[in-house]
Design a protein. Structure first.
Lengths: 338, 288
């Protein structure tokens, strides 16, 4: 009896707190359907006739350049997150499986970098990312890496043609031809499009990969440590290349942790303000938080538009939450406990 | 897997490359810039020795103000976020009808980015508080965010509202790991709810408190978005926190070299706090 009563009381307290938590969003929502005068007269009242309006939304939609901002936010968060998940999983896998000193040093460097606040990096970062010689060097390095991958593919194809076994083609021959060619090609393509800078959307995605790496690698690292080796060994004995072993054997085993890593990164990148503000603050490139910030500066006394704009800004992530609640909660828990 | 150097670096390269290019090199270069008078405009950058650092400690009351404001804010917020988060976790783990829905509700503020939250609460504090105050005749609800004190508590309320749900999730996970048999045994032995909470639940979820304290402390120390959008540091820079102060030094006053020196100090402070706290919490866990 006493137990039942206490449960009812806790339930009521919980309900009251729930209402309190949602109250700010509720007030925001009701005022987004009022005219400016309606908001001025009474913020707590429900939108009622002379002051009820739907017009705030189309106006805020236009002023926020909503579709473009939404598209930018989606593009940047989704592409960055996919890259972070795949590339960090790859890196964490070799860091766990190669029990060499370099692995420990690299892993510790990633972990230590978590302590560095963004404010400490932002000024030199923005400068470097708009320095043509720095970008040229980065692109050249990326070109060399791509050439390395391609040369492996070329060699594999050639060996298949010639029949497996005896005829081994050194990959470096293909690599020597491909590396300078690709590096130059990439440089030329980018050069031809004007000033060499990374202060654009692809550059921002690259930066997110760099900033997201630490936490993602730590999470993957912890998970892979507990993945049994047998399957990978069997794959190797069957003659799988490391690349195929990773894609066909290891990566599928990492599904749960990949979802966690993806959720944490999407939520961070979607809501991030300062990095986009410093790097892609140009008409047509802005993300939702960025656009909201400037929209607000422009219409700070127009609460009718501002409330509607804020609701529209929140909508995508809340919808995402409704669909993926289970994964989000699990992701947050795993991410925090790491 | 054949373990070759080639495949090791082949797999590691992409992410390491991005990491080095956007974090490691800028950090090192930033350290160098903190000893210069770099202003972002002039091509000439001069080495000024420790001048920037000396100035931070001797000739910059604004930074010191921001520092103490941040410390005060962090202390209050860590306590409130964890208390509220823990209380919410206790409530929703009682297993009444609708507790799952409540869990989802408490977590919602955490989804929304700091910029949007700050603006939302600007509306609540300036318009809604005013209106409630007028209706109920409560004078203290007037003029929020227009004084340093209300700005401070405004920031605390927003941060608590946002982070409590996050801490709740962490506490729920560890409350659920407590075996039921323990609680039942305690109950049979005649332990009341309060005793069960302080003697069983709290000691057993100590690791979760470590995580909660660590996360909320570093989050509140590094707070930027909410500060920018809720108060903008105002009135008269009285609610400016460290991150915003660094930002303004760089972009309002164009003193990038000086801002970088502040950022390095910021880094040291954040690192020292995180490491000490981690050290003490781990030690305590071992002792228990």
């Amino acid at each position: 009896m006493g137990r039942k009563l206490s449960r009812v009381i806790t339930g009521l307290v919980g309900l009251a707190l729930g209402i309190l938590f949602l109250f700010p969003l509720y007030v925001l929502a009701i005022n987004s359907f009022k005219t400016q005068k309606g908001i001025f007269l009474d913020v707590l009242a429900l939108p009622a006739d002379p002051y009820f309006t739907f017009k705030n939304y189309p106006q805020a939609f236009e002023k926020l350049d909503y579709l473009a901002s939404l598209g930018n936010s989606l593009l940047i968060s989704v592409v960055s997150t996919l890259l972070i998940v795949v590339l960090s999983a790859m890196a964490a896998w070799v860091l766990v499986r190669y029990k060499i000193k370099t692995s420990t040093v690299v892993f510790m460097t990633f972990a230590t970098a978590m302590l560095i606040p963004f404010q400490c990096v932002m000024l030199p970062l923005v400068r470097l990312m708009s320095t043509p010689s720095y970008i040229a060097a980065l692109i050249a390095l990326a070109g060399v890496y791509l050439a390395f991958l391609l040369s492996l593919v070329v060699r594999a194809a050639a060996e298949k043609r010639l029949g497996s076994g005896k005829a081994k083609i050194p990959a470096w021959i293909a690599f020597l031809v491909l590396a300078p060619a690709l590096a130059l090609l990439l440089l030329a393509v980018i050069r031809s499009r004007g000033e060499l800078t990374a202060l654009n959307r692809p550059g921002l995605i690259f930066m997110y990969v760099g900033f997201g790496a630490s936490l993602s690698i730590i999470l993957f690292h912890g998970f892979i440590k507990n993945v049994p080796l047998e399957l990978e060994e069997a794959a190797t004995i069957d003659g799988c290349s490391p690349f195929r072993t990773f894609w066909q054997v290891v990566f599928p085993l990492l599904r749960t942790i990949s979802v966690t890593v993806a959720i944490l990164n999407v939520m961070w990148i979607w809501n991030d303000f300062l990095l986009p503000q410093l790097t892609i603050n140009k008409a047509g490139w802005q993300t939702i938080p960025l656009k909201t910030y400037f929209f607000f500066g422009q219409f700070s006394k127009r609460w009718d538009l501002a409330t509607a704009g804020l609701i529209m800004g929140m909508l995508p992530i809340v919808i995402f939450y409704l669909f993926c609640q289970k994964y989000i909660v699990k992701g947050i828990t795993d991410g925090a406990i790491k | 897997m054949k373990k070759t150097k080639l495949s090791f670096w082949g797999f590691l390269f992409p992410v390491l490359f991005a990491f080095v290019a956007v974090q490691l090199i800028p950090t090192v270069i930033g350290l160098g810039y903190s000893f210069t008078d770099w202003n972002g405009i002039s091509r000439e950058i001069n080495f000024v020795n420790f001048d920037n650092y000396a100035r931070v400690f001797t000739g910059d009351p604004e930074f010191m103000g921001a520092f103490w404001f941040t410390v005060r804010f962090a202390i209050v917020t860590v306590i409130s976020v964890n208390l509220v988060g823990f209380a919410l976790a206790l409530i929703v783990t009682q297993g009444f009808k609708g507790s799952n829905l409540l869990r989802a509700v408490f977590f919602v503020p955490n989804l929304i980015g700091g910029i949007l939250l700050g603006f939302t609460w600007q509306f609540i504090f300036t318009k809604v508080f005013q209106s409630i105050g007028d209706k109920l005749g409560l004078g203290f609800l007037d003029g929020w965010l227009s004084t340093p004190e209300t700005g401070f508590w405004g920031l605390v309320i927003v941060t608590t509202w946002q982070l409590a749900g996050y801490m709740m999730i962490i506490y729920i996970a560890s409350i659920q790991n407590i075996p039921d048999s323990l609680k039942e045994a305690a109950q049979i032995d005649g332990a009341g709810p309060w005793k069960r909470l302080t003697r069983i639940t709290i000691p057993l979820i100590a690791p979760a408190f470590t995580i909660g304290l660590f996360l909320s402390l570093s989050n509140s120390f590094k707070l930027f978005d909410q500060n920018l959008s809720l108060t903008g540091g105002g009135p008269y820079k009285s609610t400016q926190m460290l991150a915003l102060n660094i930002y303004n030094t760089a972009f309002t006053y164009n003193e990038l070299g000086y801002a970088q020196a502040k950022a390095v100090i910021f880094l040291i402070v954040v690192a020292v706090i995180s490491l000490t706290q981690l050290y003490f919490s781990k030690k305590r866990e071992v002792e228990m």
